[in-house]
Design a protein around this ligand. Structure first.
Ligand code: FE2
Length: 404
């Protein structure tokens, strides 16, 4: 895009901002401009993150982080929806893996299940060193255990991206910050949180249970978060299993829910081209409420408090009541959750989590804000299949022969 067109776009945004301000309508259009490198945060980059990037040859000389160019950041919701509508190839990694995962497990010192139903830590191995066969087996392990952890990791953002590409086409967010020169490596850093999180508001944003990007045509499956900077105390993350949430329901209620469709929405808002002054509008997408995992073949509950809006075909009150109950099943059953503290044994290294976003929800714990300590990492999300429900698929407990 030429400078002239960028200027025109900035003028358009300024005009809209002025109009919305005069009408006292809250529309945040500020993040539609200002793509490229940022110089506002580079001095605040935590030492561990800086060391990691320098060790792996990331060029920070132009600034940090980088945003997609202004011309790629959509202003209107129809443009944003178009970006998200493109089909991408997907190979269900793990489907052809050795069910015993012998290659992967022979490479690690210890396989430690953190809870009965969700979460496994692989100890004594570098994720970066795994070959394709081992990654294929890791794909199966993630699909079965929902989230897999690696502590004491030196993971370059380049290798993180490469591993993401193994699991699916990496999502390039049209407006999120990423590591310079590496679109797809989304920066997760409390310093960038727009609104200051306080003790009283710590349950908002990522502090709320959610799964990532359900408004995508093909929402992420395997998602890789590497935290290179971890607060001295706290900053944990929770995950909850969608397989187990489904298995918590009675067979009659399961039957009622199967085949139902949920409307999911995006986090970011955009303007309605035909009604730009009427507030922000999210991208929406219809997905099955119960979906089948292509690798395990198990059913999972695909709703979350963050982004699931309504159940199609039900009266608004019915939809709200049922969704709230389903959110509670995910959030209140402690036996289907795992809590991970990211702290490595070696303070110069980081920790990595790979979770299956299709069959889980997660929530960040904002308990370190009083200390003004940074938490910094990079996230890579691999897009998976178009969500589907196979009426012949089984639940996890059914497939494993476990009692109800
Ligand atoms: Fe998230």
């Amino acid at each position: 895009m030429s400078i002239e067109t960028t200027t025109q776009k900035s003028q358009e945004v300024n005009k809209l901002q002025a109009q919305t301000q005069s009408l006292k309508i809250e529309v945040d259009v500020s993040n539609r401009v200002g793509g490229g490198y940022s110089n506002n945060f580079i001095d605040k980059l935590p030492q561990n993150a800086r060391d990691r990037f320098e060790r792996h040859g990331v060029d920070l000389s132009k600034g940090y982080p980088e945003k997609p160019p202004s011309e790629q950041i959509p202003l209107y919701v129809d443009d944003a929806q178009k970006i998200r509508d493109k089909p991408v190839d997907y190979i269900p990694r793990g489907k052809n893996a050795d069910p015993e995962k012998k290659a992967l497990f022979s490479k690690v010192k210890q396989v430690k299940h953190l809870t009965k139903h969700i979460g496994t830590e692989l100890i004594g191995v570098q994720l970066a060193d795994l070959n394709e066969q081992e990654l294929e087996e890791l794909g199966l392990l993630i699909a079965e255990r929902v989230v897999v952890f690696f502590r004491d990791q030196d993971l370059s953002p380049q290798r993180q991206l490469q591993i993401g590409e193994f699991f699916g086409q990496v999502e390039h967010h049209p407006q999120q910050n990423h590591v310079p020169g590496l679109p797809g490596t989304t920066v997760i850093w409390n310093e960038l949180a727009k609104q200051k999180i306080t003790f009283k508001t710590a349950k908002s944003g990522t502090g709320r249970w959610h799964s990532d990007l359900p408004h995508e045509r093909q929402p992420p499956g395997v998602t890789i978060l590497h935290n290179d900077t971890i607060p001295s105390v706290g900053g944990d993350t929770f995950w909850s299993s969608g397989y187990a949430a489904y298995d918590k329901l009675s067979p009659e209620f399961q039957k009622f829910l199967e085949g139902k469709v949920v409307v999911q929405r995006s986090m970011h808002t955009y303007l309605d081209r035909d009604d730009p002054l009427n507030g922000g509008k999210q991208i929406t997408r219809e997905t099955p409420l119960v979906r089948t995992h292509p690798v395990t073949g198990w059913k999972s509950l695909y709703v979350n408090r963050g982004w699931s809006v309504s159940i199609k075909g039900l009266e608004p009150d019915e939809s709200k009541l049922i969704l709230n109950y389903l959110f509670d099943v995910y959030e209140k059953n402690l036996d289907i959750q795992v809590r991970f503290n990211w702290k490595p044994n070696d303070p110069k290294l980081g920790s990595t989590a790979l979770w299956d976003n299709r069959v889980s929800q997660h929530a960040a714990v904002w308990d370190y804000i009083d200390d003004n300590e940074p938490r910094h990492g990079t996230r890579v999300s691999a897009l998976a299949e178009v969500p589907y429900f196979d009426p012949n698929s089984k639940s996890q407990r059914e497939a494993l022969g476990l009692a109800n």
